[in-house]
Design a protein around this ligand. Structure first.
Ligand code: SF4
Ligand code: MG
Length: 304
């Protein structure tokens, strides 16, 4: 298959041509060199290669640099409140189960202010994809420590270095009930695209946490920092159905003092989704219910 090289990275020519249909006219506002660019390329490549239709795809975001993503992909989109992409995404899915719903957020958005949604939505196993632009800092607000900032990292809010233990989203997701748990690196868009494709194709709640270098405010976790540390789980014979092995890999990053940082698919299981078990909608999506047949007068009478 033909490839072209842009900014030192090889891209599949077929993917570029198909993904162009997802481009928008607006100028992208991210800083030059931001990891969000290759994440966006991977996302558009995944959507086009899976053959998803624009009118049946919804991208939902919270607040932060990641929050701009729905504006930059030519599908349906919704930019919501800080930390709230998952409640909005799950409501859209419940209303119309035939849609492909992708939630986008940042580490501050999803693992800080929105962490309660993350924890409980995983238990329910909605058929959603959640992509977290994990740059280990609050980028949009110009560089404060986030839940995933590493120990010792100096930021505007931690001038003597972070002293809180970093949040481990992969471990939480494996224990919390997510049925597809992966981590990608924005410095490897082709690999990331495959993880996103797997997440969207998976029926159930899928987390793709993405190391997404913030070149402007995170001077610690740079592209070079990750390139020296990341390795792919699929190169090691890792068994993705083995929960204990997945947890061991989820903890390797911190246990090795960030010398060995696995990326790839950690864990995958099949479990019924929330919407497929909900009697009211399991056979007929909410948007297809005939409202004319619904009589609420009995409910009103009961209130009298
Ligand atoms: Fe990217 Fe950081 Fe700039 Fe935000 S502040 S666009 S995360 S480089
Ligand atoms: Mg962030």
């Amino acid at each position: 298959m033909s490839t072209i090289t842009r900014n030192g990275m090889d891209y599949d020519l077929v993917m570029i041509m198909a993904a162009e249909e997802l481009n928008v006219k607006e100028k992208i506002q991210w800083c030059p060199g931001c990891g969000n660019f290759s994440l966006l390329t991977a996302l558009k490549g995944a959507i086009s290669e899976l053959g998803l239709k624009r009118h049946e795809t919804v991208i939902v975001s919270g607040i932060g640099c990641s929050g701009k993503t729905p504006h930059y992909v030519n599908t349906y989109g919704f930019e919501g409140l800080h930390g709230r992409p998952l409640p909005v995404a799950s409501a859209i899915k419940l209303a119309n189960t035939s849609l492909t719903v992708i939630a986008e957020g940042g580490d501050g958005d999803g693992y800080g202010i929105g962490v309660q949604h993350f924890v409980h939505i995983m238990r329910r196993n909605y058929d959603l994809t959640y992509i977290v632009h994990d740059n280990q800092i609050y980028g949009l607000t110009t560089g404060q420590a986030s839940p995933t900032s590493l120990l010792g990292m100096k930021t505007k809010t931690t001038p003597w270095g972070v002293i809180e233990t970093p949040f481990n989203p992969i471990a939480y997701a494996i224990l919390g009930g997510a049925t597809y748990v992966a981590r990608g690196f924005a410095g490897d868009a082709a690999h990331l695209k495959e993880l996103i494709k797997g997440a969207i194709a998976h029926k159930g709640f899928a987390l793709v946490d993405v190391f997404q270098p913030c070149v402007t405010f995170n001077k610690m976790n740079t592209y070079q920092w990750f390139q020296q540390r990341v390795y792919k789980l699929e190169d090691t014979g890792h068994k993705t159905q083995d929960k204990e092995a997945a947890m061991e890999k989820a903890l390797e990053d911190s246990k090795s003092d960030h010398k060995k940082v696995p990326i790839g698919l950690f864990y995958k299981e099949e479990r019924p989704t929330y919407e497929d078990q909900l009697p009211q909608i399991k056979d007929n999506p909410l948007v297809k219910h005939d409202l004319k047949k619904i009589n609420v007068s009995e409910a009103y009478d009961a209130l009298e």
